[in-house]
Design a protein around this ligand. Sequence first.
Ligand SMILES: O=c1[nH]c(=O)c2[nH]c(=O)[nH]c2[nH]1
Length: 307
Amino acid sequence: MSYSYLDQSTYGKDNVKFLKVKKDKTNPKLHEVMEATVCVLLKGNFDISYTKADNAPVVPTDTVKNTILIFAKKYDTFPIEKFAAKLALHFTSKYSHVSGLTVKITQDRWVKYDVDGKESLHSFVHQGPEKKITFLDWDKKNGTSSYSLSTSIKDLTVLKSTNSMFYGYNKCEYTTLKPTTDRILSTDIFATWEWNSSKLGSLEAVSSGSKDSIFNGAYHNARDITLDIFAKENSPSVQATMFNMATAILKVAPQVDYVSYELPNKHYFLFDFKWFKGLENDNELFYPSPHPNGLIKCRVGRQQAKL
Ligand SMILES: O=c1[nH]c(=O)c2[nH]c(=O)[nH]c2[nH]1
């Protein structure tokens, strides 16, 4: 009897990068670029490669990389949720011992800019660290209508210079924070919406493109709602604001079951100049305090209708 056993395993290729130019000869306005980073990790019966040093079942990670790039060339990569489903169906049907997989695709944000008052047909500005991410986790045994799929916006950095408050919190002998009705609020938005696979449709339907408008609509709605509420609300706290954002997204995305936010509270502290000839500071001069930062998370679901 051996001392150990293989409890879990998965493997594949991470950081597979490509830039795809989507050309449309009939309508040059539809010309787009996608820069993406893909991670595909296979699940299945690869046990002997770990326990017996037998590589017979191993689909090399190099093959996984080549497949991702060939598929990116041959098929539409927009939206990334569809491309993830396409890859998932391929790896699980091509190799019978692959029982499932995870696919993560991270898309850079390249946006066309205006030249002479008109949107350029082919020149883009990179929007910094902001990303769109999709994550698919699927086990073949559950059938193609049962999978776990989510989409996120990550690292969208925002700041508002007023209309943010924080007061009424618990106070004890450790509390030094002063309540405020006017502070800086800044965060790196990380929002995730989790799809209900039975409402969305099978992986075949997702990979066929018939759900593209649902994915595109949810992404644009989630981004707009996040930025809109951030700007419009006189925020009582990060907690209350993120809950309102999540609720608003659930209202417009019926195929989504949960919306999560993970928001650092990137503090900017008012500098006290009173020591300098009593100089007043009317919420004008702050110093960024990158650490420690608050970190506030929530996952919001839809209330079941009461019978
Ligand atoms: O919006 C906030 N939520 C908190 O929980 C918190 N805690 C803190 O010190 N400042 C803030 N701000």
